[in-house]
Design a protein around this ligand. Structure first.
Ligand SMILES: NC(=O)c1ccc[n+]([C@@H]2O[C@H](COP(=O)([O-])OP(=O)(O)OC[C@H]3O[C@@H](n4cnc5c(N)ncnc54)[C@H](O)[C@@H]3O)[C@@H](O)[C@H]2O)c1
Ligand SMILES: O=C(O)C[C@H](O)C(=O)O
Ligand SMILES: [Mn+2]
Length: 580
């Protein structure tokens, strides 16, 4: 039977429609291509460019098609880096890298892993925000799966058309709340692609096991619908039953085609995020990155900052500004952290305050269901002078400010100085992305507090010099959680991703940072993959404890063996030799 013909007999299918990976008698892994000649140069996961060896060129119909020189991967990396460096604007660099990814995927990942610190802000936040906005203009080749109202009725066929046969991780967005830039229609595909690049470079998942998905249910943006160059479907967003019928079809078809896959829900607006997570998390192993990944990464950073201050989390008074997917996830994670340090629900209520665009969430206000659990009892604030941000920081004696509002500049001088009045070293984390949406600039925060604040941001910022000291700015971005969380979940073949697995990911990240960079809130981003390995190990251990790990072999492993197992499974960007 030709490859890909029988969707039911999963094990008999090759890894992709274009190649399989086999282990030779010598124990090494080989690529077994299923296409020949020119086609080999057109499939990004197969193409080696001028690194095809003389033997491969002869055996696979490439003689006469390639430049005579046979290069090593290292030379290709140098050449690509030189080209990358010639590009000026960040978006141009992004387009260069995306084109490289669509031309030669191993080279793309090899280049990226050599230059993580420089290139992460290009393939991911903040530049990915521009790529989302301009997606219709920079669109070149298809990548991943697009389901729209035009194709959703044929979702199974659409999935059958994807040339990958063993997808393990899917990042799916409906583009309703991309970063802090809102509804972006079809453009949100760029986020799914960017997140999955991190899964490979930082989370060890082979690119042939990743699938970006755009769920194009329409857009609420009239300007996009009226733009002749906009590539998405041009109607209002589906809502209510129609919306969920669409997502149901996606989930059902995905489970059929990829029974081993995990879904990461990304950038769903608060109006759908909580419901989507609750509806599917027991149907397909899945998590919401903005709620859960963000909660975990912020908990980890706050725990580390407390250690730096020589205090405990339970001593802090935390204000979460923004009550969407991110803010709600962060508030829940901080509460869980305080609970673990022994505080009662009543004590926690006096220490965690959440605000949305109308001010403090109090239990006498009418609000969305998910916000009710985060609301402060009205009686607790009855004597307060105000319940806007400044009022809450002053009256609650806030020591920690966490910004997840998407509104730039909301942590102004008055607010930050009000926090400084409550504690010698306030934690000020403007976490909104991309850069232009940050609640404050690190240099301003450090100036206003004369270097006393402990600062971390969602987007990358350069170190700040203040008072003869260099302050590294930790990047409190869920990129430190989701690759390890997903990788661990894949390796343990989990039935479900539990809240405890996510919380353990947070503590693992905090421990990693504490062990390797005791003075920092987060590790430097060039250690993303090492941190992710530690996160993955903790996630697998918790999955076993929770009884959701179906991969039997991991249950027998000691901590050291588990770590070695995770490291062994970590995909590395190398050209595998071809085998006929
Ligand atoms: N650093 C990270 O890892 C990370 C992760 C997730 C989200 N975020 C950032 O958080 C921001 C919000 O994202 P989301 O996914 O929660 O979006 P969302 O659409 O679910 O929620 C946005 C929320 O912001 C709040 N808000 C809006 N205007 C406000 C105002 N003037 N004052 C106070 N609150 C206001 C509202 O409560 C709203 O619910 C974005 O900028 C996003 O980039 C950062
Ligand atoms: O994408 C990011 O950089 C983090 C986060 O998921 C966000 O939505 O801002
Ligand atoms: Mn997000």
């Amino acid at each position: 039977m030709p490859p890909g013909e029988d969707p039911m007999s999963h094990k008999t299918l090759p890894l992709t429609d274009h190649y399989d990976v086999k282990r030779g008698e010598d124990g090494h892994r080989y690529l077994r291509p299923l296409v020949r000649g020119f086609n080999l140069t057109r499939i990004p996961l197969l193409n080696k460019g001028t690194a095809f060896t003389a033997e491969e060129r002869e055996a696979h119909g490439l003689d006469g098609l390639l430049a005579p020189q046979v290069d090593s991967l290292e030379v290709l990396i140098e050449r690509a880096y030189r080209e990358f460096s010639k590009r000026g604007a960040a978006l141009e660099k992004h387009v260069y890298l995306r084109n490289l990814q669509d031309r030669n995927e191993v080279l793309f990942y090899a280049l990226l892993s050599h230059h993580v610190e420089e290139m992460l802000p290009i393939v991911y936040t903040p530049t990915v925000g521009d790529a989302v906005k301009k997606f219709s203009q920079i669109y070149r080749y298809p990548r991943g799966l697009t389901l729209s109202t035009r194709t959703i009725e044929r979702a199974e066929q659409a999935l059958a058309n994807v040339p990958l046969n063993d997808v393990r991780i899917i990042v799916a967005t409906d583009s309703s709340a991309i970063l802090g830039i809102g509804d972006q229609g079809f453009g949100g595909m760029a986020i799914s692609i960017g997140k999955l690049s991190l899964y490979t470079v930082a989370g060890g998942v082979g690119p042939d096991k990743t699938l970006p998905v755009e769920l194009d249910v329409g857009t609420g943006r009239a300007d996009l619908r009226e733009d002749p160059h906009y590539l998405g479907v041009k109607h209002e967003r589906l809502t209510g039953e129609e919306y969920f019928a669409f997502i149901d079809k996606f989930v059902e078809a995905t489970i059929q085609r990829y029974p081993k896959a995990i879904i990461q829900w990304e950038d769903f607006s608060k109006d759908a995020a909580f419901e989507v997570l609750a509806r599917y998390r027991k149907v397909v192993p899945s998590f919401n990155d903005d709620i859960q990944g963000t909660g975990a990464v912020v908990l980890a950073g706050v725990l580390n900052a407390c250690r730096i201050k020589g205090e405990a989390l339970k001593d802090q008074v935390v204000v979460v500004h923004g009550a969407g997917a991110g803010g709600a996830g962060v508030a829940a994670a901080i509460r869980e952290g305080m609970h673990r340090e022994g505080l009662s629900p009543d004590e926690i209520a006096r220490r965690v305050f959440v605000l949305d665009s109308r001010g403090l969430l109090t239990d006498d206000r009418s609000m969305e269901a998910y916000k009710q659990a985060l609301a402060t009892p009205r009686a607790l604030v009855s004597g307060w002078s105000g319940t806007d941000l400044l009022g809450v920081v002053r009256e609650a004696k806030a020591t920690v400010l966490l910004g997840l509002s998407g509104v730039p500049g909301t942590f102004d001088e008055d607010i930050v100085k009000a926090a400084l009045a409550n504690t010698p070293r306030p934690l000020v984390f403007p976490l909104s992305n991309p850069t232009a949406h940050s609640e404050a600039l690190p240099e301003d925060i450090l100036r206003w507090t004369d270097g006393a604040a402990i600062v971390a941001t969602g987007s990358p910022f350069a170190p700040v010099e203040h008072g003869g000291q260099t302050h590294e700015i930790g990047q409190g971005n869920n990129a430190f959680i989701f690759p390890g969380l997903g990788f661990g979940a894949i390796l343990a073949r989990v039935r479900e991703i539990t809240d405890e697995m996510v919380t353990e990911a947070a503590y693992a990240l905090a421990d990693y940072t504490q062990a390797h960079h005791p003075g920092r809130t987060y590790p430097p981003v060039n250690e993303l993959s090492q941190a992710s390995v530690q996160v993955a190990v903790a996630v697998i251990k918790q999955a076993i404890k929770d009884g959701v790990a179906t991969e039997f072999s991991v249950r027998r492993l000691s901590d050291g063996e588990l770590r070695a197992f995770v490291e062994r499974k970590f995909w590395e960007p190398k050209f595998l030799p071809y085998h006929s």
